[in-house]
Design a protein around this ligand. Structure first.
Ligand SMILES: [Zn+2]
Length: 113
């Protein structure tokens, strides 16, 4: 049910932005999904289609999902690397003193009204 909460959040955000713009209809939106955000895109889209039917403003809204690469940073060698490929271990020096810089967030990029 993780995805459903995010769908509701995104719907709220889009409606808020649309109202600020004085729009009555939203035609499209772009959502950035981090690679390690734990959202399954196909499942997310299914819930999205189901949810927007109940929101008059969004019935025609086409959602584009854009995947954002997950990047980790190594505090030992001060380099970044792809999190999905290497996990918590730095491929440059083998250190595990690494942390995720980007890739677990969900951003509403833009909306078309
Ligand atoms: Zn390193």
């Amino acid at each position: 049910m993780h995805e459903l909460g995010i769908v509701f959040y995104v719907v709220d955000e889009i409606e808020k932005v649309a109202k600020e713009k004085g729009a009555t209809k939203v035609l499209g939106a772009t959502l950035e999904l981090g690679e390690v955000s734990s959202v399954i895109p196909s499942y997310f889209m299914e819930l999205w289609e189901w949810t927007i039917k109940k929101h008059e403003m969004l019935v025609d809204c086409k959602l584009d999902l854009v995947t954002m690469k997950a990047i980790s940073y190594c505090t030992e060698c001060k380099k970044t690397y792809g999190t999905v490929e290497f996990g918590k271990t730095c491929p440059n020096c083998g250190s595990v003193k690494t942390y995720l810089v980007t890739g677990n967030q969900i951003n509403l990029k833009n909306i078309k009204v």
